[in-house]
Design a protein around this ligand. Structure first.
Ligand SMILES: Nc1ncnc2c1ncn2[C@@H]1O[C@H](COP(=O)(O)OP(=O)(O)OP(=O)(O)O)[C@@H](O)[C@H]1O
Ligand SMILES: [Mg+2]
Length: 503
């Protein structure tokens, strides 16, 4: 019965050159529910949502909102009709204030006709009010570029909610949120649901899906596999529906054997101790050192400093027993270090370049021969090898990276740093936005690198991942190391206790 559904997606298909992204997808959404959408990287989740939100035009099929067929030529029309969306990629404008980003295209104004002015006071008041309602602490006047990734994501959430939509699409809203922010978001979601809003919720975090959703739709290779009641699902069932087979373990066997210390960090302190202070640790060859902590732990800041992206006030870094200075990434690379960063949009991918170019970027020297000639063949081979190893879903190595699904972009970045053949590989949330089976591939590669004697440092907010592959886990809180646990004796509770030591 049509009136039971706020939104009906009927027989939607959409192709791109070389890819059938959506193949006859039909899904019904009930009002006042959280409807999760799951599927592997490249399954078509974001594409389907972009069809709903007027960004892509479906090749065929129909969208019925509130019983009436609708067709949107752009997102403006979707917003006006009552659909809003939090995008997987953060789209804010860095050199504008938080409030300007929030109300972009709908600034409150005063006066009339040619004497119409933006009413900044009202805009400020509206912003404060909205943040208060959502329990968010963000300064409305600060530049968005100054916000942390997680605050930027919170801002996107606030924006989507501010349109008072009937249907809110959330495409991986928690990929960069801290645990506290995730529970805040869940509160917001529950309240919206209570008000009758339908939320379409996309995430790769199965635990999250089972907590928050009422209905779960699963997609595979552009097709709708089925829609299930969340209560009837389990983690292994979801994986089975998504992947098309059972996945017996989420972590590959560990067979790396740590050897001699390769990297030693002594009392590293940021300027005025403003970020991290007195950080000391070492990583052995063949060892995977996990770094755990909550928001504000300054883990990202620490590894950025190690890689020469931030200055330090004092402390020492030794590689193979020799003290080194690392003032910029070029020096870090010359010491055979590599850093996979937290936010792929800001510091990672170059959207206009191809998959291959994005992969080879950090390592161009390797492909230039004695006469300055570029060895195209070698580059091509390396790119193809990695596309295969990481199962990157792309029609070819020549396609633009911006056309890949979010998770597949992340895999390309991972490949980029692998190709530099580093001795010390620093990974900041390496599996963010990556589906369960691709995670397994990435863990396999990380463990394999360790087995070859490389040192791995991995920041992760996913407890199972930290526990699943680290040899040791260093926990930070408010810029300090609060403990280093042997992987064997670590558990969730011990990590949490250390992570919240000064709170
Ligand atoms: N603008 C585009 N041009 C070409 N191909 C595209 C475009 N947008 C999406 N695709 C392709 O459509 C397929 C589905 O991508 P989509 O982004 O919908 O996946 P997803 O399920 O959201 O994956 P992820 O979990 O990685 O975000 C992918 O193969 C992707 O490369
Ligand atoms: Mg997506």
């Amino acid at each position: 019965m049509a009136e039971d559904f706020i939104l009906q997606i009927q027989h939607i298909s959409k192709s791109f050159p070389g890819v059938k992204a959506l193949d006859d997808v039909s899904i019904n959404i009930r009002p006042g529910t959280v409807h999760a959408l799951m599927g592997e990287n490249g399954a078509g989740k974001s594409s389907l949502m972009k069809c709903l939100f007027g960004i892509y035009e479906p090749d065929s099929g129909e969208i019925i909102l509130d019983g009436k067929p609708v067709r949107f030529n752009d997102s403006r029309q979707a917003l006006d009709a009552g659909i809003s969306m939090i995008h997987q990629e953060l789209l804010s404008i860095p050199y504008r204030s938080v409030m300007e980003n929030l109300w972009l295209g709908r600034y409150p104004s005063r006066g009339a006709g040619p004497f119409k002015f933006v009413d900044h006071k009202r805009m400020y008041r509206n912003t404060v009010e909205l943040f208060k309602k959502l329990n968010m602490e963000i300064d409305p006047r600060i530049w968005v570029g100054k916000l942390s990734v997680s605050k930027t994501q919170s801002l996107e959430i606030a924006k989507a909610v501010s349109y008072n939509a009937k249907v809110i699409i959330m495409d991986e809203p928690t990929s960069s949120l801290t645990e506290h922010e995730v529970s805040q978001l869940f509160e917001i979601i529950r309240r919206l649901r209570g008000e009758g809003v339908a939320i379409i919720y996309i995430s790769h975090k199965i635990e999250e899906i089972l907590t928050i959703s009422d209905d779960v739709s699963i997609m595979r290779d552009g097709r709708h596999v089925g829609t299930y009641q969340a209560e009837s699902l389990t983690t292994s069932l979801i994986i089975k529906y998504m992947v098309g087979r059972d996945l017996s373990s989420r972590f590959p066997p560990k067979d790396n054997v740590p050897g001699k210390v390769l990297l030693k960090v002594e009392a590293l302190t940021s300027p005025h101790g403003g970020s991290f202070k007195d950080v000391s640790f070492s990583v052995r060859r063949g060892e995977i050192l996990g770094i755990g902590g909550l928001v504000g732990a300054q883990r990202t800041e620490l590894v950025e400093a190690l890689f020469g992206l931030r200055s330090v006030e004092s402390g020492h870094i030794y590689i193979d027993g020799q003290e080194v200075t690392i003032k910029n990434p070029t020096q870090a690379k010359s010491h055979k270090m590599a850093l996979l960063t937290e936010e792929r949009r800001a510091t990672g991918i170059i959207p206009m370049l191809s998959v291959k170019e994005n992969m080879l970027l950090a390592n161009l020297k390797r492909y230039i021969g004695p006469l300055g000639l570029i060895n195209e063949k070698q580059g091509e081979n390396d790119a193809l090898k990695n596309i295969q190893a990481l199962k990157v879903k792309t029609p070819s190595a020549k396609n633009k990276i911006r056309d890949l699904s979010g998770g597949n972009q992340q895999k390309v970045l991972f490949a980029r740093w692998l190709l530099t053949q580093p001795d010390i590989l620093i990974l900041d949330e390496p599996t963010r936005g990556i589906d369960v089976s691709a995670k397994y591939e990435i863990y396999t590669i990380i463990i394999d690198l360790a087995r070859q004697g490389k040192s791995i440092i991995m920041i992760s907010s996913e407890m199972p991942e930290l526990l699943g592959i680290s040899d040791r886990i260093m926990v930070m809180c408010a810029g300090r190391v609060t403990g280093i646990l042997e992987g064997r004796e670590a558990d969730q509770e011990k990590i949490m206790r250390l992570a919240a030591q000064f709170m």
